[in-house]
Design a protein around this ligand. Structure first.
Ligand code: ZN
Ligand code: ZN
Length: 123
């Protein structure tokens, strides 16, 4: 089977993440935390020779205290198409330099089938 990186349909939930139906029939469910952690931009991947900045959103929230009335929840403010090959995500933490190509998004698919494909070098 050939793995497709052409999305047929993209469903965006700004608080949950992106669901993509691929043209090969596969479906990917990419949560916000995963997408933010795997941001492909230069500052997140350390392309400038600096330490990669990883979001802390996968860490457990701090215990509630009198001065922590509000714990920010990571979500997408908006998502825009970049050409025909990628999307750009504006995050609620102010980050917006990540351009997620569909190829990158397909590689991020967290399902067991894609994990096997990655192990076998097919993805
Ligand atoms: Zn980034
Ligand atoms: Zn998958």
């Amino acid at each position: 089977m050939t793995i497709s990186t052409d999305p047929l349909h993209i469903a965006v939930s700004k608080s949950k993440g992106i669901k993509i139906d691929w043209s090969d029939g596969h479906k990917s469910d990419l949560g916000c935390g995963l997408l933010r952690d795997e941001c492909p931009c230069a500052s997140c991947t350390g392309a400038h020779g600096t330490e990669p900045l990883k979001s802390n959103y996968s860490a457990p929230p701090p215990p509630p205290g009198p001065f922590q009335m509000f714990t920010p929840v990571l979500k997408m403010l908006s998502i825009e198409e970049v050409g025909t090959y990628a999307v750009r995500i504006h995050w609620s933490d102010g980050h917006n330099t990540g351009i997620y190509s569909f190829e990158h998004l397909r590689k991020l698919c967290p399902c067991a089938e894609c994990a096997t494909a990655r192990q076998e070098g097919r993805l």
